[in-house]
Design a protein around this ligand. Structure first.
Ligand code: ATP
Length: 252
């Protein structure tokens, strides 16, 4: 058995360089089963690159990444991909298909049994019925985000990677989606890595937070640990401190 198999996600010495650009520059962290971990950082900090390597979409320059004990840098990843999923409002669904057709295609690709029952549950839960027959290209960004989330939950993943899952949602829908994710994480035992620029969302959902800056993990801990370390009482203030701190002032 691989050494990291107790962790849902395990990242060790992970780096991705594009020539001189160190998009990710040697990071280490784990996400346990049933844990929701926030991945924060300013624009260009390396969050999406990290998520892409965890998904096996990008090969690291160096380092190791395993999911449920499987090495995501080799063909071993195919063994675990059916147990993972990903949502980002910035990745488009096939545009000419309706919402229902999109969900059905993905359900069949994931090899789900009881496709109709699974779809019905998600359509009800995420309130997709009013635009089920709308083509993906005609959706508003908020509707698109909810469909992307439904697609990400189709296979009831054990490991879920979320890149700004509530970007562009109005406050009411954003709150609804956060509640849904909170319940899903608590009841499914899923490991969730959540990249977000929404501090309230991270405070509400995440047991632990990783702050990235220039490809490195600059600070990590629970909200209380981070508040104590930075002498602050909100994540937004901690974010600003991290963003404005010299690179070497790291905290673990
Ligand atoms: P944001 O919050 O803006 O989405 P991020 O934290 O997700 O940012 P990344 O998209 O991971 O950041 O980018 C990290 C760095 O790597 C940035 O400087 C970016 O310009 C660079 N980068 C990402 N992809 C490439 C690429 N294919 N070629 C060159 N540089 C890249």
């Amino acid at each position: 058995m691989p050494a990291f198999s107790d962790n849902a996600i395990s990242v060790s010495g992970l780096a991705k360089h594009y020539g001189e650009i160190r998009a990710v520059d040697g990071i280490d962290f784990t996400v346990q089963r049933g844990e929701v971990v926030g991945l924060l950082g300013g624009n260009g900090a390396g969050k999406t690159t990290t998520i892409s390597m965890i998904l096996g979409l990008l090969l690291p320059t160096s380092g190791r990444v395993t999911v449920l004990g499987h090495d995501m840098t080799t063909s071993d990843r195919y063994a675990v991909l059916p147990r993972m999923n990903f949502a980002s409002p910035y990745v488009n669904l096939p545009q000419r298909l309706t919402v229902y057709q999109n969900l059905k295609v993905y359900a069949l690709l994931y090899g789900l049994r009881n496709v109709d029952a699974c779809l019905k549950t998600l359509i009800d839960d995420l309130r997709l019925a009013p635009f089920l027959n709308t083509t993906a290209r005609r959706l508003s960004s908020g509707q698109k985000t909810r469909v992307a989330l439904a697609k990400a939950l189709l296979n009831r993943p054990d490991v879920l990677l979320l890149d700004e899952p509530t970007a562009s949602l109005d406050p009411d829908t954003g709150d609804f989606v956060r509640s849904y994710l909170e319940t899903y994480a608590q009841t499914s035992g899923c490991a969730v890595l959540l990249a977000s620029h929404n501090m309230q969302e991270v405070e509400r959902l995440c047991a632990r937070i990783l702050f990235m800056k220039r490809g490195r993990i600059h600070a990590a801990g629970t909200t209380d640990q981070l508040y104590a370390h930075f002498g602050r009482d909100s994540l937004e203030q901690v974010f600003l401190d991290v963003a404005r701190a010299p690179d070497e002032a790291a905290a673990q």
